[in-house]
Design a protein around this ligand. Structure first.
Ligand SMILES: C[S@@+](CC[C@H](N)C(=O)[O-])C[C@H]1O[C@@H](n2cnc3c(N)ncnc32)[C@H](O)[C@@H]1O
Length: 302
């Protein structure tokens, strides 16, 4: 899923769908993939981004800073999850701005609505919606925002092209994605999928040849699509204080799809045992597990 190879870092998103390495798929297959992804995130939504390990919130906050969201802005957010980028965007636009936050997983939407109500952030509207076909006014948005989402979309290239029409002149498409994996984890994640067929080894990166292959490839793709893009890759370290926290985090995000599949096939216990054998390779002196990767932040002006 990332890096030059299909690899699997500990945070984020493997969707676990059977999808081709590159390119778009048929519309019917795409719809099936989207429903499966929505199901995984729906089941994960209770604990998603709530296992005590800071990751999505750091990426979301950094993305909103990079996008330079301003007071009064109108922000369309795609794949909002539990609000890692929604909350900082809402704070920045203030009472005079508006954030429309969409997610395909109803559990994410209802939980984020509760959190927004508690925080008194009335400038956000949150509803179920598809990032590939957002029901949003064209030419009206200062920022289209998507944190760790776009690589899930079956036809992500077409989707990214289409967002240009949603932006007002001078508006920006701003999104984050996984750019560099932590090689120390390679053995652990090889074991995760060792007993599964290659077609089910999902990726945070939909292929080595497309825009998610590198920052340069992303910027070249976006320039061709009519944007003026800048991608910055920043290192990010995640620390899991103990193994139990790491395992529970694995169930809380997109990697859940692989764990569910292993469970269905009676392979989970043996897979976990093999993975455990490699965890010392990523352990720090105080017993924590540590992952350091490179997160990409792309801001593409219309
Ligand atoms: C890794 S999470 C990121 C959530 C949030 N942006 C964050 O940074 O924590 C990916 C999210 O994208 C959503 N998603 C995946 N495909 C989608 C689609 N086609 N339309 C809308 N949301 C989608 C998932 O339901 C999930 O909430």
């Amino acid at each position: 899923m990332h890096g030059p190879h299909v690899r699997s870092p500990p945070e984020g998103v493997a969707a676990g769908q059977e999808k081709p390495e590159t390119g778009a798929m048929s519309q019917a297959a795409g719809e099936q993939v989207k429903q499966a992804i929505a199901g995984v995130f729906d089941r994960a939504s209770d604990t998603y981004d709530r296992t005590g390990v800071e990751f999505f919130s750091i990426v979301g906050r950094t993305l909103v800073e990079q996008a330079d969201v301003q007071p009064g802005d109108r922000v369309l957010e795609l794949g909002c999850g539990r609000g890692a980028a929604t909350m900082p965007a809402a704070e920045r636009v203030g009472a005079g701005g508006h954030v429309l936050a969409l997610d395909l997983a109803p559990g994410m939407v209802s939980r984020l609505r509760d959190d927004l109500e508690q925080a008194g952030l009335r400038q956000v509207t949150c509803r179920v919606g598809d990032a590939e076909a957002p029901d949003a006014e064209p030419g009206a948005w200062d920022v289209v925002l998507a944190s760790l989402v776009l690589f899930f979309l079956p036809d992500h290239e077409q989707a990214m092209r289409s967002y240009r029409d949603l932006l007002r002149p001078g508006g920006r498409l701003a999104f984050s994605w996984f750019a560099v994996d932590d090689d120390r984890w390679e053995r652990v994640f090889e074991e995760l999928v060792a007993e599964l067929p290659p077609s089910s080894r999902s990726a945070r990166r939909p292929g080595q040849d497309g825009p998610f292959a590198s920052a340069d490839a992303m910027d070249a793709f976006l320039r061709d699509a009519g944007y003026n893009p800048v991608t910055e890759v920043r290192p990010l370290t995640v620390r899991y204080p103990d193994d139990a926290t790491w395992w529970s985090t694995m169930w809380s995000h997109g990697r859940r799809s692989t764990l569910e599949r292993l469970q269905d096939e009676g392979l989970l216990d043996s897979t976990m045992a093999r993975m455990r054998e490699h965890l010392d390779g990523v352990r720090t002196e105080d017993g924590a597990l540590e992952w350091t990767g490179g997160m990409a932040y792309t801001v593409a002006a219309r």
